[in-house]
Each structure stands twice: as structure tokens, then as C-alpha cells.
Ligand binder design. Structure first.
Ligand code: SDX
Length: 430
């Protein structure tokens, strides 16, 4: 057997080899591309727990060691020294920008934040209480109606302008959705503000008075966006890749990713964490809810705990918890019972044998909602905020997927468990 192969024994006793491929770091993969052709069998892996769907140079995660790197840079270093716009450049183009490259990229993003006025009209069709994730998905999907002419995926310039428009316009769309929910007038973006200052301005400014941007809030948002920017082949990113693999318009692929992120098992968890903390209400109730989470007959799960990959701590949760504490202090927030409750819940769960043996630790969603709430962002907007950070990761993965010369449409197979062939019976014989 060659060093780089696994030997497979067929039921008839004959053997064959499957090639093994090695990445830069991380687990090797067994290449099964010829398995069905040569052996007439599929692999079976619901939820793709142990399945590599593609090669990627963008993000690396080590679930056991709690490692997260964007293009090889540890997220802790980027969180400490970088900005969301610089991290966006890194994720899209593969290297940290020079000062000139960063200035040009930042200017490009600032000058694409406005929406076509026709796109703004969509918001007149939504009810005042429409969920902002539904509005975000719908209006981002409509971008494929506005930009279908400039979308030749083989054209590098078109791939660039797609990424710039997604990064630049999603905050404007998100803020417009929030303003519809509040009944306040839409606030246009300003090119003199940076990415997070502009978002705060569009969310919270009103025509009736000047709005003062809190630098602590802008700094907190920038860090949260860095930490949410990408995460390898998670559910929503895999959705963007799958939708894009058919050659669909990339704006539609991003809209599909937004829909996938909305689920409470994925990006919707940050909204569900706050609802859960508000339902628990008091530290005296923590034990009852931890028991509910452990009860197999109870569908309740401790939202913000557990992760498909991190079977140790989620490095993002550690950074966000520290920043959460700092934000509450610097905003001089006295009403920190939710943060106190979250910290107590974390301590109780981490000492519980069930959570220890199942490797359930706080994930990125556990503390982020507390910060959004402290910044005055309503719970319904939490997953929208996640989508704003993740938008650049989706765009980077779409670019990587569509530029792959070996790329093909994603089309998994199945284990069929339905009825064997049978004949149609006339209705009077049923
Ligand atoms: C994100 O993939 C990504 O990278 C996602 C993400 C990203 O950046 O894109 O990191 C963002 O989605 C974070 C996860 C947010 N979701 C939640 O916080 C929801 C609560 N967590 C669970 O739903 C769950 O932990 C998942 C969905 C996150 C992970 O589920 P898996 O990997 O499919 O694991 P599992 O559901 O099979 O759980 C393993 C065991 C099960 O028990 P057994 O069947 O083995 O007896 O642990 C239990 C589960 O019942 N379990 C929990 C639990 N999470 C898992 N029990 C109680 N509370 C929980 N939170």
C-alpha cells in the first residue's frame, strides 16, 4: 500500500486502494471521487460531519485546539490589530493589504454603500413588523435583478464589483430593514464615515437631531464583524457554494446563504440565546434549564452552546466574552443582569458532566447578543448583524469556488430507503 492511500476490502475479499490527500495543516482526506465508478457504492455522512466538500485556502479551524485562522493569520491577532475592512481585503484577496491597497479598497467600499432608489421601494411592500432577516434575504436576492448584466463570473472585474457591492450594500439594506421596523425614516449612508460608524449612523440617526457616534460601539461592532467574517464550510457558506456551483447569479447565492444562516441551529442562535436568557430570567432558574437541556425527551437546547467543529472552546467566544465585559463597563451599563446570568449559566454548564462529556462549550453566539443589546440593537436584528460580518466570507468562498478550473455542480447522492418498484393501481382498487 502506498504511503498516501487507504486499502479498501470489498465484500468479495478483493482489495483496492483509495488515494489520500494532504493539506497544508489539518486532517488528511481520503479521495473517494472514483468510489462509485470503481466500486458501485456511495459514502454516507448525513450533515457532512466527516466530509470535505472542497479544497480551500481561506480559513482553517482546529476544533480540538480551538484554532481559527483567516488566510493563516490567527483570529486573535486579527482581533487585536486589524479592522473589519482590512480583514475583508485579506479574506477576498489572500494577503494583508499595503497602506495604498487598503485605502483604495476602503474608498471603493465607501462609494458603493448607496442602494438603487428602486431597491429602497421594496421596503414599502413589507409590513412594519416583517422580520429583518426575511427583508435582508429578499432585497439581497433582488440585487441579481439589478446587476445581472455585469455578472460574467469569468470576468475578474465583475467578481470584484460583486464582492464590493455585497460588502458595501448589506449594511444599508440591514439599516433600512431596521428603520422600517421602527417606523423611522430611512437614513442614507455617509462616505465620510468608516464601515461601522456608517452602520451606527444609518441605524440610529434621525433627521430631527444630530447623532453622535459612540466610538466604543463602533469598536465593538468592528471586532464582532472580524470574528464573524468567515468560518470554513459552515452551513450558510456551503449553501452559497452549492447555489453558486450551478452558475446561479452570485447575489442569489448570497441570498440563499442568508436564509440558511437564519436557522436557530446556526446564525439564528444569537437571537435564540437572548430569548433563552430572558426566559430563564434569574440565576435561581439556571439548574432547571440545564436539566431541561440534558433531557432527551425535552427539545430544549442550551442555545449558544455546542458546535459541530469546536469540541473544546470556540476561540471567538473567549474574545467576545472579554469584550462584552469591557463594552458594558465602558458604556457604564448598570443593567447587566443578562451578562451576569450568562456568566453564571456558563459556569454551571461547564461544571456539568453532561456538557463536559459531550464537549459542549459556549460558541460565538453565546455572548454576542448581549453586546448587540447593550448597543441598542434589538434581538430581531442579531442574526442580521451576523450576516453583515459573514457576508465577506460568503463572497470570498463564492469567488474561490467559481474560479476553480476543476469546479463542478454540487450534486450529492443518497441512501434510498423508499418503496421498491410497484405498479400503479386504479383508484377503484385502492
Ligand atoms: C454557529 O458551523 C459553524 O461553523 C457554525 C458557526 C459559524 O461561525 O458559521 O460557528 C456559527 O452556527 C454556532 C452554533 C450556534 N448554534 C447553537 O448555539 C444552537 C445550540 N447548539 C446545538 O444545536 C448544536 O450544538 C449544534 C447545532 C451547534 C451542533 O450540533 P451537532 O454538531 O450536529 O451536534 P449534535 O447536535 O449531534 O450534538 C451532539 C450531542 C447531542 O446529544 P446525543 O445525541 O449525542 O445524545 O450534544 C447534544 C445533542 O443532543 N447537544 C446539546 C446541545 N448541543 C448539542 N444538548 C444541549 N444543549 C445544546 N446546546
Amino acid at each position: 500500500m502506498s504511503q498516501d492511500a487507504y486499502r479498501l476490502k470489498r465484500p468479495d475479499g478483493t482489495e483496492t486502494e483509495l488515494p489520500v490527500r494532504k493539506g497544508t495543516i489539518g486532517p488528511d482526506v481520503i479521495d473517494i471521487a472514483t468510489l462509485y465508478r470503481d466500486h458501485g457504492v456511495f459514502t454516507y455522512d448525513p450533515g457532512f460531519v466527516a466530509t470535505g466538500s472542497c479544497e480551500s485556502d481561506i480559513t482553517f479551524i482546529d476544533g480540538e485546539k480551538g484554532v481559527l485562522m483567516y488566510r493563516g493569520y490567527p483570529v486573535e491577532q486579527l482581533a487585536a490589530h486589524s479592522s473589519f475592512i482590512e480583514v475583508s481585503y485579506l479574506l477576498l484577496y489572500g494577503n494583508l493589504p499595503t497602506a495604498t491597497e487598503l485605502a483604495e479598497f476602503d474608498n471603493m467600499i465607501r462609494r458603493h454603500t448607496m442602494l438603487n432608489e428602486g431597491m429602497l421601494a421594496f421596503f414599502k411592500g413589507f409590513r412594519y413588523d416583517a422580520h429583518p432577516m426575511a427583508m435582508l434575504s429578499a432585497v439581497v436576492g433582488s440585487m441579481s435583478a439589478y446587476y445581472h448584466k455585469e455578472m460574467d463570473a469569468s470576468n475578474e472585474e465583475h467578481r470584484n464589483i460583486f464582492a464590493h457591492r455585497i460588502l458595501a450594500k448589506l449594511p444599508t439594506i440591514a439599516a433600512a430593514a431596521y428603520k422600517l421596523n421602527t417606523g423611522q425614516p430611512f437614513i442614507y449612508p455617509r462616505n465620510d464615515l468608516n464601515y461601522c460608524e456608517n452602520l451606527l449612523h444609518m441605524l440610529f440617526a434621525v433627521p430631527a437631531e444630530p447623532y453622535k457616534i459612540d466610538p466604543v460601539a463602533a469598536e465593538a461592532l468592528d471586532l464582532l464583524f472580524i470574528l464573524h467574517a468567515d468560518h470554513e464550510q459552515n452551513c450558510s457558506t456551503s449553501t452559497v457554494r452549492m447555489a453558486g456551483s450551478s452558475g446561479a447569479n452570485p447575489y442569489s447565492a448570497i441570498a440563499a446563504g442568508i436564509s440558511a444562516l437564519w436557522g436557530p441551529a446556526h446564525g439564528g442562535a444569537n437571537e435564540a440565546v437572548l430569548e433563552m436568557l430572558e426566559e430563564i430570567g434569574d440565576v435561581s432558574q439556571i439548574g432547571k434549564y440545564v436539566e431541561k437541556a440534558k433531557n432527551k425527551n425535552d427539545p430544549f437546547r442550551l442555545m449558544g452552546f455546542g458546535h459541530r467543529v469546536y469540541k473544546n472552546f470556540d476561540p471567538r467566544a473567549t474574545i467576545i466574552r472579554d469584550m462584552c465585559h469591557k463594552v458594558l463597563q465602558r458604556l457604564d451599563r448598570k443593567d447587566t443582569p443578562l451578562f451576569d446570568l450568562a456568566q453564571e449559566l456558563e459556569q454551571v454548564a461547564l461544571k456539568d458532566d453532561y456538557f463536559i462529556e459531550k464537549n459542549l462549550y459556549p460558541n460565538v453566539d453565546f455572548y454576542s447578543g448581549i453586546i448587540y443589546k447593550a448597543l441598542g440593537i434589538p434581538t430581531s436584528m442579531f442574526t442580521v448583524m451576523f450576516a453583515l460580518g459573514r457576508s465577506v466570507g460568503w463572497a470570498a468562498h463564492w469567488r474561490e469556488m467559481i474560479s476553480d478550473p476543476k469546479g463542478k455542480i454540487a450534486r450529492p447522492r443518497q441512501l434510498y430507503t423508499g418503496p421498491a418498484a410497484r405498479d400503479y393501481t386504479p383508484i377503484n382498487k385502492r
